[in-house]
Write a protein that binds this ligand. Structure first.
Ligand code: ZN
Length: 84
């Protein structure tokens, strides 16, 4: 059975493999992972690949800023996200 596509990491929308263009596209934000001309299996694997470091970094930020946020917190969050 074919590997299932994960939702878009940018907007959370469902994505689809386009047979004609041989690429995975997000229908919410037009994100594309691999470029064109990737056979279904490799295009899906590439789309589903996520950086564990990025995920861990986001989880740490969420943990550190779990309460009500100030404007200063928002600036700190943006700074930390830009460093990931
Ligand atoms: Zn998207």
């Amino acid at each position: 059975m074919a590997e299932k596509l994960l939702p878009c990491p940018f907007c959370g929308s469902d994505v689809k493999y386009n047979e004609k263009l041989e690429a995975v596209f997000c229908h919410g934000c037009d994100a594309m992972r691999t470029g064109y001309k990737h056979k279904r299996g490799s295009a899906i694997s590439e789309w589903n690949r996520r950086s564990p470091d990025l995920r861990a970094g986001i989880d740490n930020i969420i943990e550190d800023f779990s309460g009500p946020l100030t404007g200063e917190d928002a600036v700190d969050i943006v700074d930390r996200l830009q460093q990931l």
